[in-house]
Design a binder for this molecule. Structure first.
Ligand code: AMP
Length: 391
């Protein structure tokens, strides 16, 4: 895909970057960007967000507030986003003002599961067999066509397994529809893939057209939420090459500027199936912060600012472990006992909620076996917490 938009415009260090969204991804982008001399303004709906805590300024306004979009456009040399639930009308306004190098169309494609699946399929990229359903009776028909088990997913707003329901038998139609469905809205029913493992490739394209991929990541989920990322992924070179080929195909087929995370399933027969795309830094790329020459956060900034992309070379094997909810308090107690290979990230969120991403650990060790054993020990104190929690 040829992109003409603002190609090659260089936004040099010292310029001001606008960040839509104040979560941990924005925070880590800012921490990396500050190192390079950029200034930052964060736009979030609430004050003192994780990203605003490390920014120069913040704008607190609803994400559909056109006035906020205009004032961000005036104050910034370039604007990017750290999450997908931005109002496309605001993004288009920023694009027209010449400060948003990421095409609004990319966000529109990827924030809706139906358009995302269709775009992937049209590009010849393997996806799980799927049907689009709007009504309960269509769900029953779609399930009989696809067979069980299958997963019903909302087209928008779903993340970390929210807005999803697995159907094991045809009798699950009513329960799944009442859990997730709503007549008139669009849903995707897709075949359940009994995957051997989950993988992701994070890939960047800069405004000057340069493309680079990060090392393949192996992802372990718990309750649909990312729990661990293991790099190098424990797959053959052939699988790693195929995953990279598929990620490059995504970038060639869609109007990508900046980072895009390509989440994949590896089947027992060695096939790669793309599950989801995220046009931004991604939880499964946190390992790059410590373990690669260039982090995903710096790479995204380089890509949208038109700087040459950095080396993505892996410096060390690494295991990333997410800290959810009360894991944070457990971590605080464990801090004195953590080995020196463990790097701690805490996002500065004010409220601890069950399942909420509060921070993460990167275990950087030349032996992946040792890093995994350490992650296992961390998993054991997380497990104890689950067992001790009042039911
Ligand atoms: P998603 O919100 O689509 O990223 O899904 C979250 C997680 O649910 C994935 O990372 C998988 O672990 C699981 N999942 C989603 N779709 C499927 C599927 N079609 N087959 C098997 N597992 C799935």
């Amino acid at each position: 895909m040829i992109l003409h938009h603002q190609s090659g415009r260089v936004v040099p260090p010292g310029s001001t970057v606008g960040m839509i969204g104040g979560g941990q991804l924005g925070r880590m982008m800012i921490l990396e960007g500050r190192k390079m001399g950029y200034r930052f303004i964060v736009w979030d709906q609430v004050a003192d967000s994780p990203a605003a805590q490390v920014a120069d300024k913040e704008i607190v306004a609803d994400y559909s507030d056109r006035k906020a979009a205009s004032s961000l456009a005036k104050a910034c040399d370039v604007v990017t986003y750290e999450f997908e639930n931005v109002d496309p009308a605001c993004l288009r306004l920023l694009e027209q003002e010449g400060v948003m190098p990421q095409p609004t169309h990319l966000l529109e494609l990827t924030r809706h599961r139906v358009s995302e699946k269709k775009a992937l399929k049209a590009a010849g990229i393997p996806v799980a067999p799927f049907r689009i359903v709007h009504q309960k009776h269509e769900l029953a028909t779609a399930l009989s066509e696809l067979g069980t088990p299958a997963v019903l997913k909302t087209a928008t707003g779903g993340y970390d397994g929210k807005g999803q329901s697995i159907l094991h038998t045809e009798e699950d139609v009513s329960a799944a529809w009442s859990a997730v469905g709503q007549d008139g809205e669009a849903f995707v029913l897709e075949k359940f893939i009994p995957f051997a493992c989950e993988l992701s490739v994070i890939i960047a394209r800069s405004t000057s057209g340069e493309v680079r991929t990060f090392p393949l990541a192996e992802n372990v989920h718990r309750n649909h939420v990312l729990h661990q990322t293991i790099v190098p992924a424990r797959v053959s070179d052939e699988v790693a090459r195929e995953a990279e080929r598929v990620a490059r195909l995504v970038v060639e087929s869609l109007p990508v500027i900046g980072l895009i995370a390509v989440e994949m399933f590896l089947t027992a027969t060695g096939e790669i199936i793309v599950n989801e795309l995220a046009p931004r830094p991604h939880n499964s790329g946190h390992f790059t912060y410590e373990a690669c020459v260039t982090s995903q956060f710096e790479q995204h900034l380089r890509a949208v600012c038109g700087l040459p992309l950095g080396s993505t070379r892996l410096l060390s094997p690494v295991v990333m472990v997410n800290l959810l909810g009360d894991d944070l308090h457990l971590l605080e107690r464990q801090l004195p006992y953590l080995p020196d290979s463990v790097k701690v990230h805490i996002y500065g969120k004010h409220e601890v909620k069950a399942g909420r991403k509060m921070g993460h650990l990167c275990i950087v060790d030349e032996s992946i076996t040792r890093a995994l054993a350490q992650a296992e020990r961390i998993g054991m104190w997380e497990q104890k917490q689950v067992e001790a929690a009042p039911s």
